[in-house]
Design a protein around this ligand. Structure first.
Ligand SMILES: Cc1cc2nc3c(=O)[nH]c(=O)nc-3n(C[C@H](O)[C@H](O)[C@H](O)COP(=O)(O)OP(=O)(O)OC[C@H]3O[C@@H](n4cnc5c(N)ncnc54)[C@H](O)[C@@H]3O)c2cc1C
Length: 477
């Protein structure tokens, strides 16, 4: 019998298992699908290395890079290829996002003044951010759209906040929470009174040769085999048999709910984990590393309040359409990492030029592209067939990139309810979930629905959740 059962073998559940195994705590990961990794999925097809889901680890959030290093993958981390330019579509033209920016927010005035991405009134309004009074900080939340409109004006919200900041979450800019997703913006306003001032100060610090977070190789890393390489190596680092695939969990129950004080983890098993097939497994602690709506279902009979709170966290669906071409069949130089599409400009969300972004993704005479559709902008995208989605991508891309021949390869990766939406009020909901969990010693939740959505956030949270479980099991919590 394992001490801990982890439900869900995405990156959060695997990171939790890794942390427990380092502490010599016996655990098992029950994963519904035939493969672990959740939304992380890479494959080799005809000489192309394709990430159907995530492809990047953000350097500034060190938990992803650190885990790679611990697993012996440090030397295999690859930076993006220069030029590290991202484009934004406006009026049928791809405009380079000025290099001097943090998540699209300018850090120097001159490159922005020269950019044709914004109108002159738009540029003036963005520059006036320096003089916008800081909001009285009463701790209340605000949407990303409301925050950026208030500080930089509507044009910045339309051409930066919507496609870039909300776009990475496939979300609605007027619903996603700035406090949950971009706390650094809220903090910058609070401490400096202006984001422009705060980011300029940060850039000067980065130019200092002594700076520990100086990064000349760009802010993203990947692995030569795609991000599934991280998943494979992580599973191999666990004791054999830790990860059980094809093992859907249906329900969690508490064997001792009436007898045990809620804050004590018993030496004998407290939880009963029921599976779609096979006998229930008993454990002293359970970590639910499932999407929040699954966590809601699993806890429905156990704690109705906890279940309701988890069920209120929304998710968006998206699809990645991957296309490969002969290099000479695409007229555009593809000199950058790709582009994002503001809602007012079209139906695609974003397009990565995978073979220009990463080394080794395609044979030299070929190019590999990936278009995202769906999200809050087009919630019914997954109802379309693969053929329709490929046609949609080609129709949008051909006038922009100048394709002169059909694709050599096309693949569609469907991500149904895979993008957690941390909407306005998310942090208050998480506080209520944490409070509900105090009623159940030994029960934990982690994963992208809860405390952070990116891979590094999920790794950090999976590991810290495991440490909390470990502390309780050893009687230190
Ligand atoms: C298309 C896409 C692109 C992204 N790109 C990036 C990127 O480039 N960089 C980045 O940092 N982040 C990116 N993200 C975000 C990040 O990848 C995810 O938030 C993160 O990987 C989620 O990990 P997780 O373990 O929380 O959830 P998941 O990966 O969803 O894992 C949950 C697991 O639980 C399993 N499960 C569900 N129900 C049950 C059950 N009843 N019993 C047992 N198991 C069950 C599922 O099968 C799944 O394997 C992207 C997300 C998406 C969808």
């Amino acid at each position: 019998m394992p001490d801990v059962v982890i439900v869900g073998g995405g990156i959060a559940g695997l990171a939790a298992a890794y942390e427990l195994s380092r502490q010599d705590i016996g655990c098992v990961v029950l994963e519904r699908h035939a493969r672990p990794g959740g939304v992380i999925f890479s494959e080799e097809v005809d000489g192309f290395t394709i990430d159907g889901g995530p492809d990047s680890l953000l350097v500034q959030k060190p938990a992803g890079i650190q885990l790679c290093q611990e697993l012996g993958l440090g030397a295999r981390l690859i930076p993006t290829k220069p030029p590290r330019v991202a484009y934004i579509l406006r009026a049928g033209t791809l405009h380079a996002l000025p290099a001097a920016s943090v998540l699209g927010i300018p850090t120097r005035v001159k490159p922005f003044l020269g950019s044709r991405l914004f109108s002159w009134p738009g540029k003036l309004r963005m520059g006036a951010e320096l003089f916008v009074p800081r909001r009285h900080d009463d701790g209340s939340d605000e949407s990303i759209g409301a925050f950026i409109t208030r500080r930089f004006g509507r044009e910045a919200a339309t051409y930066i906040a919507e496609p870039l900041l909300a776009g990475i979450h496939a979300g609605d800019v007027d619903r996603l929470s700035v406090r949950a997703l971009f706390p650094q913006f809220v903090e910058a306003e609070r401490t400096h009174g202006s984001l422009l001032r705060a980011f300029r100060a940060r850039q000067s610090a980065l130019r200092n040769p002594q700076s520990a977070i100086r990064n000349d190789d760009g802010v993203f890393r990947s692995l030569p085999g795609g991000l599934s390489e991280l998943v494979r190596t992580l599973v191999q680092a666990l004791p054999p048999g830790t990860v059980q695939t094809g093992a859907a969990v249906t329900r969690i129950s508490d064997r001792q709910s009436t007898e045990s004080p809620p804050d004590i983890v018993e030496a004998s098993p407290r939880f009963r984990v029921e599976r779609a097939s096979g006998a229930p497994i008993e454990a002293r602690a359970v970590i639910l590393a499932t999407p929040a709506f699954v966590t809601s279902t699993l806890t429905r009979d156990y704690d109705a309040d906890l279940s309701r709170l988890c069920g209120e966290i929304p998710y968006a669906s998206s699809a990645a359409i991957v296309l490969a071409f002969d290099r000479q069949a695409v007229r555009h130089p593809l000199n950058g990492s790709g582009f994002v599409v503001p809602r007012v400009e079209g139906t695609l969300l974003a397009v990565s030029w995978l073979s220009s972004k990463w080394p080794g993704r395609a044979p030299d005479d070929r190019v590999l592209l990936r278009a995202f559709v769906g999200g809050a902008r087009d919630p019914r995208a997954l109802e379309r067939s693969d053929e329709e989605l490929v046609r949609q991508a080609l129709t949008a891309l051909t006038p922009l990139l100048g394709m002169t021949a059909p694709p050599l390869l096309s693949r569609v990766y469907r991500w149904e309810r895979a993008n957690a939406q941390h909407e306005v009020g998310h942090q208050a909901r998480i506080a209520a979930i944490e409070h509900a969990l105090t009623r159940h010693a030994g029960l934990y939740v982690t994963g992208s629905g809860f405390r952070g959505t990116g891979i590094p956030d999920c790794i950090a949270d999976g590991r810290s959740t495991a440490r909390a479980a470990f502390g309780k099991l050893k009687g230190k919590g």
